[in-house]
Write a protein that binds this ligand. Sequence first.
Ligand code: CP
Length: 358
Amino acid sequence: MLKTHSLIEPQDLTVEEIEQLFALADDIKNRPHLYQNACAGKLMGTLFYEPSTRTRLSFESAMNRLGGRVVGFSDPGSSSVTKGETVADTARMVSGYADIIVMRHSWEGAPKVASLYSDIPVINAGDGGHNHPTQTLTDLYTFHTVFGRTNNLNIALCGDLKFGRTVHSLIQAMSRYENVSFSLISPKELRLPQYLIDFLDKNKIPYKEVDKIEDAIAECDVLYMTRVQQERFADKAEYERLKDCYILDTEKMKLAKQDMIVMHPLPRVNEISTEVDYDPRAKYFRQARYGMFIRMALILKLLEVGYQPQKIRLQPTERHCKNARCICNMQQEPQQMLKVAEGVYRCLYCDYTEKDEE
Ligand code: CP
């Protein structure tokens, strides 16, 4: 059984648990008839406060293929959110109706808050520009399926590394595997957040920061493209200036190894030319399909954990999170700036980090 009650951030699952999920997903993929009633009588609550195609539909397909049912909303405008209901109260309510919650929200830390108030497992389906752990499971399962390994990989991450939650979760998850290195390809405005640069340094993971695809494509095993996240920009003119900063085309693909693969969490805007879709190294549509099998495995394993009454009552910390996109600054959640090292404080919900002046 999994040690965690909910999947909120990539490190909630151990490497061994992820291996178990791979084995289960492989079996589901190969022998789907054995699982078609595995979730009979179970109900999934899908709370999508932000748009989604892949994550919501793959979770709903996963639950339906397991014989379970789904309730929820994809438009918060049709829910009591419009009357001012908090994430905490919504999670409490749905945990009285369903057996598992899947939540996407634009506020960073919202699924974490839901997990603190919910008696049933909560899955983070993407929280603002913070984390997207089930996309990471999808990405790892793609490595497992295509390469037969999740170690010994040079991964080039390209595009919006600042707001790209899939990138943030992937880096943290991959830190636990042997001989993994990264090329971080972004303009300086969309550089990886400092807390993740600190994370790479602390874990001694080799990386280089470059600003051109050509600076990394020849050596990588995986080129992981991302879109520039329009919805996270406060300054729309800046988005317009940066939106087409990278376009992968067949000319650039000529520089890559024959056994490298191109991945993308999707949706794509302009960053991969459609002509690349016909290159056998383009794996992004297959990657999206793999997401359904690994989510089926995750649902099954979290339902084994099941109902656990929550009794946590957090006391607010004196320090306050300064991330305006964090749920603790949107709703009346107790501030949780926790000391993680001497003079270093991190928000429990969104990972905003503050260091004392030397
Ligand atoms: N990869 C992903 O999260 O896609 P959606 O936003 O369509 O769910």
